[in-house]
Design a protein around this ligand. Structure first.
Ligand code: URP
Ligand code: ZN
Ligand code: ZN
Length: 461
């Protein structure tokens, strides 16, 4: 067989285990795996000796150029996908959110336009149902168009995004009928509103500042909502995916539901695995406001345990980047902080350094959580999510131990700050290949913007 490229001599991590050897690529696909593949005339050999060769990462929770909290998130499809590529992300899934009377179709069209001509890596969208009574008749059309994951928010009334129990229940029934999946942002809206109202006084704001963000979101705000979403999942049989789960209580609820055979899976994000709410004691603590907020060390430990135990299936980022200037508009009122963190560029470095080098996960387990599971759950496997013959040649080559300091000045993201500033992390991509093409070489982005493709899907869950 003639190979266009051979990735030579790395420790190749596949769903079935790791081996030292070669990956042979023909066109956009992985064509062979072996101990020593023969290069032919014109074959490009990429040396991976002494490196790990991982399947391309799927970040299935990303917001690029999102109008939110009175501003627009600062990474668009150009900077966001460049940042992703440098962190080994070769597929991302964003959320197409209908605004001001838009149909689901129009929301998808809007997000397609954001991505076209800019995306460096492959992408698709979760379709957000924000006005169920209008949108429910449009769901089947979106499935026929190749979108198999839908999203509802249990909060964000002021953004016009909030869904009630009627919407959750009805959408989960549709998910069961169509073989698709509902993603849910689970926080308990009315109790959260009440806690925020009680604390929204000049005295408390001057005393506690950004610490009011975690103070008004105790763990039961997430736990109650997860419990309720699981209830509707259990009675309808529609597949449910809990996004950005941040609490120990959430992990316990998901584990118990899975043991009863309820079709629910859960995602956490890198920030919930490496940060805790002590960040709000810092002078610049307001920068760390995201939704839900980072929790306590005991939650961090429970989420790592959940990754090992299986009740947490996916690690994503919930990338929603805001600059210092955007964050500064809070002026001492925590309810006005644009909520979100940069994440695409550091997903693999953080989870590799703290998870694998920190002794919490094996490298195979990490690949499962960052690549194989998200691909399977989102209906992209086996095209994406594993180093297997016939799959897209999406590969990341990382050095096992060499570290780099996190420094926004040298990064691709538009963020002018980082939650991880100065952290020494291994796991940045030395080389990233997307569908057989080298898009990161020697830690620098070399791929052409606009080459990323939209990925149609036929299933999920
Ligand atoms: O803080 C966050 N996560 N911003 C994005 C919106 C969301 O809820 O995912
Ligand atoms: Zn959310
Ligand atoms: Zn999100």
């Amino acid at each position: 067989m003639h190979f266009d490229r051979i990735v030579r001599g790395g420790t190749v991590v596949t769903p079935a285990g790791s081996f030292t050897g070669d990956v042979g690529i023909v066109g956009e696909k992985i064509a062979a795996l072996g101990s020593t593949l023969d290069p032919g005339e014109g074959t490009q050999v990429i040396d991976a000796t002494g490196h790990h060769v991982l399947p391309g990462i799927l970040d299935v929770h990303v917001h690029l150029e999102l109008p939110f909290c009175g501003t627009v998130s600062a990474d668009d499809y150009r900077t966001g996908t460049r940042a992703g590529a440098r962190g080994g992300v070769t597929t991302l899934i964003d959320f197409a959110i209908p605004f001001a009377g838009d149909s689901l179709e129009q929301a998808a069209d809007n997000w397609m336009r954001k991505a076209e001509g800019k995306a460096l890596v492959d992408y698709t969208f979760h379709i957000c149902i924000t006005r169920w009574s209008e949108h429910k008749s449009q769901v089947k059309g979106m499935v026929d168009r190749g979108f198999t994951t839908f999203k509802e928010f249990m909060i964000y009334e002021s953004e016009g995004w909030q869904s009630d129990d009627r919407a959750l229940f009805g959408t989960l029934e549709q998910m069961r009928e169509y073989g698709t999946m509902l993603l849910v942002h689970a926080e308990s809206a009315r109790v959260l509103d009440e806690l925020i109202a009680r604390h929204h006084t000049p005295e408390l704001m001057s005393r506690y500042g950004a610490r009011l963000h975690p103070m008004t979101r105790p763990n039961f705000v997430e736990a109650e909502a997860i419990q309720r979403a699981i209830q509707w999942c259990e009675v309808t049989g529609g597949r449910l995916y809990i996004v950005h789960m941040s609490t120990a209580e959430g992990a316990d609820l998901v584990r118990a539901a899975q043991a009863r055979g309820v079709p629910v899976v859960a995602e956490t994000c890198a920030q919930y695995l490496v940060l805790d709410d002590s960040v709000f004691d810092r002078d610049d603590g307001h920068l760390f406001a995201c939704c839900p907020q980072v929790k306590k060390p005991k939650d961090v430990e429970r989420l790592w345990k959940g990754l090992r135990g299986g009740e947490v299936s996916v690690i994503s980022t919930d990338t929603c980047t805001f600059s210092r200037e955007q964050k500064a508009t809070w002026n001492g009122d925590w309810t006005k902080i644009p909520m979100g963190l940069p994440g695409l560029e550091t997903l693999l470095p953080l989870t590799y350094t703290h998870g694998v080098l920190g002794g919490k996960l094996s490298i195979e387990e990490l690949c499962l959580k960052l690549s194989t599971n998200p691909a399977r759950i989102m209906g992209l496997y086996p095209r994406k999510g594993g180093i297997t013959i016939g799959a897209d040649a999406d590969l990341v080559i990382i050095h096992p131990t060499a570290t780099r300091a996190v420094d926004p000045a040298t990064m691709e993201t538009n963020a002018d700050w980082s939650p991880y500033l100065g952290w020494e992390l291994a796991g940045f991509a030395r080389t990233t290949l997307s569908r057989g093409e080298v898009i990161v070489d020697d830690y620098r982005v070399v791929g052409r913007e606009g080459r990323g493709q939209w990925l149609p899907r036929t299933s999920a869950g």
